[in-house]
Write a protein that binds this ligand. Sequence first.
Ligand SMILES: CC(C)(COP(=O)(O)OP(=O)(O)OC[C@H]1O[C@@H](n2cnc3c(N)ncnc32)[C@H](O)[C@@H]1OP(=O)(O)O)[C@@H](O)C(=O)NCCC(=O)NCCS
Length: 246
Amino acid sequence: MTEQKTGVMRSAIDEARFGIRVARNHALTAETLEETLAFCREQAIDMLIARTPSQAIRFVQQLEALGFQLMDTLVYYRRDLTRTPIPEPQDAALIRPVRSGEEAAVRAIAAQAFQGYYGHYHADPRLDQAACDAAYVSWAERSCLDRSVADEVLVAELDGQLVGFATLRRNTSTQGECPLIGVVPSAQRRGIYRSFVVHAMQWCLENGMNETVVSTQITNLAVQKVWVRLGFEPMQFYYTFHKWFT
Ligand SMILES: CC(C)(COP(=O)(O)OP(=O)(O)OC[C@H]1O[C@@H](n2cnc3c(N)ncnc32)[C@H](O)[C@@H]1OP(=O)(O)O)[C@@H](O)C(=O)NCCC(=O)NCCS
């Protein structure tokens, strides 16, 4: 990938998945818009995925006028791990690090948990829906295999079967993130998601970080209820747009 000063870059993973030329800019601002569009023209990009902070409302209206289409709203919450104690996990399943050789099981969990999940890929009618499902499955698998994708992966074991996974990542020396969690439908509503978030907080603290960050689509109310109960607070919201050039 060649990243410009403006934050825009080609996305090899998206290009392979959808068979089109894709660019991403995860920090699009009014200042970087012109250079981002010029990059897309020079590279003959079919689709640009652009993310921008939700408070820049005049800029968002400018993007709408240029044909950028809203695909999702991402909400980020953070938990200060030092201000109040981490709640008890109350585990309904055994939560432990993934073992080598369990990648296929994690893939299978992701395929079940994220089937038809509504992120920015699924929201775009021009993208193949099966390829959109595959995006989460491949992210889960790469998290097990590639340390640049995730620093740790936890799994939930219930009656000898793996029924859930959670990926963990160190963002900075003080901040950890829990980017992706899935629980198979047959094991949902037993508190396994809540357990994963508590274990993620413990992992951050044990590894010298003092805050945990989580994010999801604004429509995912189930997980936001869990975060609020565990002491997370809203931090920053982003809009995700797709701009098609072809
Ligand atoms: C979201 C998800 C991880 C929740 O897993 P879970 O183990 O069932 O969650 P918990 O048992 O800890 O329940 C958390 C809360 O959400 C509620 N909840 C769980 N699934 C729900 C659903 N499909 N619809 C509405 N509420 C739901 C639970 O009832 C609980 O709330 P309550 O205490 O008021 O009853 C699981 O549904 C899933 O894998 N979904 C698809 C992927 C996803 O959304 N991942 C998170 C973002 S990366």
